[in-house]
Design a protein around this ligand. Sequence first.
Ligand code: F6R
Length: 336
Amino acid sequence: MAYSQMEAWIREFPRQGLWTPEGPAEIPVGDIRHVVLAGMGGSAVGGDLVQALFEPDLAVPFRVHRDYGLPPLPEGTLTVVVSYSGNTEETLSAFAEARRRGFPVVAASSGGRLREEARQAGIPWFVLPEGYAPRATLGYMLTLLTHLFARLRVLPPEAPHRLQEAFRWLASQEEAMTREDALPRELAEKYYLRLPLLYASRRFFPVVERWRAQLNENAKTLAHTASLPEMNHNEIAGLYHPHRVLAATWATFLHFPEDPPRLKARIQHTAELIYEDVLGWNVIQPEGPTIEARFLWSLWVGDWTSLYLARAYEEDPVAIPRITELKTRLQKEHPA
Ligand code: F6R
């Protein structure tokens, strides 16, 4: 039952990209010179992904903040506060801190306290569709952030259109994600009873971070991530002990054509140097006609893989009992 619910959400990903966000007519935020997105988990990852995808197009510095409060930031930093439930304590604390500092704020949630507090303070608030697990709203999150940033001129005006075209193309890939010999099924087989080691370039690292989170929450498995070229300067040496752990790992390198030219050689040499210590490795070259399409394709591969792996482990991909229990315990101890 829950399996088919998560399957339906994952299948829906390309359609989420055709959604038109509804928000306030006016967003009086003034001249934007710096942007921070505050959120946690499934509500923060959209920020990292938009930053990675549109890195060459971003008009101002942008960062994602996953913690209480806010770090030191330039005066007047636009703070985009995202919490799907609207009730995440770290995110509400960042919201309060942005207001305390007098920063311009934009909020997004499906409801919860964030909506109430934004309403009371007259802060622009965007609604996210209700009834999902936060991590299953990535298509909405990417669409919302791209629209918002284009509207605020943080991204070029054509960015939402480029993204939407890629979502349209992605819909044609459903068969490739689900058929008997689909790549995500193959990956789930490789990762079953093993620890996936997921590598990508610095720019596209958030893609493998999304994979990790989906594998954690949907398949209830540990997964490890690191970026290239940085891991060539440390982790590559450590891919040696403990032998028994390494013997049960599978390394996947995600290699985009947009990666620095030297990445290809780095991946090849890294794989050759570690192949006797890991159980196996593979390289994935994202498919699609544009960078946006390749980006979404690689996210979708990760989502489907996490679903198939949940089935292999006989885990409910929707339920996240530990996360829920932790939130309940904290709430009981110190009601926010
Ligand atoms: C659940 C999920 C979590 C939540 C996180 C923050 O699907 O992905 O990582 O996103 O616990 O909660 P929200 O998104 O409600 O602020």
